[in-house]
Design a protein around this ligand. Structure first.
Ligand code: ATP
Ligand code: MG
Length: 411
């Protein structure tokens, strides 16, 4: 019997197997077209992983010059809600995923009527909205920051909000890389910040004393099996991820293990199928608080391409195709450095330049990933470097050298 004809793995009792109810057979590697909504770098790395498995990939992305579209076998240039393009994807693709969380959930619903879609529209909708996301954390028994919804002028002026101050006012949807956020110290600042954000639905979060930031990437298959990547320690600069280190150098093993337990609990509670990243704060007192989750591979998991035997993108391919999940193994300690568009400009001015790639590629254990974006802009994610070594001390030392050679700050 070929893999295409093999029966779907049976689900453990009581586990919801997702939109297709577990009824869909696994896809045979090497056969068929997988679809992805979105054309960014996450989609590009998904395309690469899917092609390694022998699948062809179709990308739906309006931008003609997208990182994923350039790598894909088929690029549909249309908006994510274009009925003709969705019809074409549904006709051609054996399964469809997404690479960004702000994809219209309705598009996923349309496709799910025709083929397996993971993650589901329901799960993506939860992650698209900070208040819904926090409700999902609470329902799963995962602690999150004290917070309140601010959706009306009355709510923005509620005296009880004082208990959450100093805090951060965040737009409920469409925020990323620290955008759509304002620090607020008193009630007047809450009202002003809410008005300055155009009166859109927001969440006010208490500012917590962070010791570290970590993330856990989990993958759940249609059969309910859950696997995870090792705990990642993340450093942000200006609200944007700058450095990820694995193993997490400063996080006690028990704290990391607890984060993994919470991420598993969350993905099970959501009956989620696909790859999910959960970001956590480790507070000064050592306790864990979930910050947010992303219904897709995550920037903090890029190191897994070079440092694990199964990467986060391989996991996305496997969950989408209904293929078996095995626990990924970290075979090398790794440090990932994000390469933002700022590197393409002279220090302190706007003269375009090319980063000194030979200087970093001459270091042992460095792998350069560039996303093929034509235009560099400050703050734009253009690529990343993964540094691996036989031990964590060497990986870190080499990554520090690479950072210095590119003019990036030490960490
Ligand atoms: P992403 O690009 O990860 O989607 P985002 O724009 O959605 O980011 P958050 O993850 O909510 O933003 O916040 C960005 C960063 O701001 C966090 O990684 C953390 O450093 C800091 N931060 C956010 N919320 C809090 C909080 N409640 N207390 C302290 N620091 C916070
Ligand atoms: Mg974040």
């Amino acid at each position: 019997m070929s893999a295409a004809q093999a029966p779907a793995p049976s689900a453990p009792e009581g586990i919801d197997t997702g939109a297709d109810g577990g009824a869909t057979s696994p896809l045979a590697p090497g056969a068929g077209l997988l679809g992805v909504l979105g054309g960014g770098q996450l989609g590009r790395m998904f395309v690469h992983a899917a092609q390694v498995h022998g699948f062809r990939v179709a990308v739906l992305e309006p931008d003609a010059a997208s990182p994923a579209g350039a790598a894909a076998d088929l690029h549909l240039h249309a908006t994510y809600t274009d009925a003709d393009a969705l019809g074409e994807l549904a006709r051609q693709c054996a399964a469809v995923t997404t690479e960004f969380e702000n994809v219209p959930a309705g598009a996923l619903r349309v496709l799910a009527a025709h083929c397996p879609v993971s993650p589901s529209a329901d799960a993506v909708e939860i992650c698209q909205h900070r208040a819904r996301e926090k409700a999902a954390f609470a329902a799963a028994g995962v602690p999150c920051a004290p917070h309140a919804s601010v959706t009306t002028a009355d709510e923005a002026a509620t005296p009880e909000l004082a208990a959450l101050l100093p805090g951060i006012l965040k737009t409920a949807s469409l925020g990323y890389d620290g955008k759509g956020q304002a620090n607020v110290a008193n009630l007047a600042e809450v009202a002003d910040a809410w008005a300055a954000m155009g009166g859109v639905p927001c969440v006010l979060e208490q500012r917590l004393p962070l010791r570290h930031e970590i993330s856990v990437i989990v993958a759940r298959g249609r059969d309910g099996r859950v696997v995870h990547l090792p705990v990642q320690q993340n450093l942000h600069r200006m609200g944007i991820l700058a450095v990820t280190q694995v193993p997490a150098p400063d996080v006690p093993a028990a704290t990391g293990a607890q984060a993994v337990v919470l991420a598993h609990r969350l993905v099970q509670a959501l009956s989620y199928v696909g790859v999910l990243c959960v970001e956590f704060f480790v507070l000064e007192d050592g306790s864990l608080v979930a910050n947010e989750m992303a219904p897709r591979p995550h920037n903090s998991g890029h190191y897994s391409i070079d440092a694990c035997d199964v990467s986060q993108f391989d996991l996305q391919v496997r969950t989408l195709a209904g293929l078996p999940l095995v626990a990924p193994r970290l075979h090398s300690p790794a440090v990932m450095l994000n390469l933002l568009g700022d590197l393409w400009f002279g220090p302190g001015d706007d003269t375009p330049c090319t980063p000194d790639w030979p200087a970093v590629l001459s270091l042992p254990g460095v792998r350069l990933h560039l996303y093929g974006k034509a235009e560099a802009r400050r703050g734009r994610k253009m690529g990343h470097l993964t540094v691996t070594a036989a031990d964590a001390t060497t990986a870190r030392a080499t990554a520090l050298q690479a950072a210095a050679r590119l003019g990036l700050p030490a960490f």
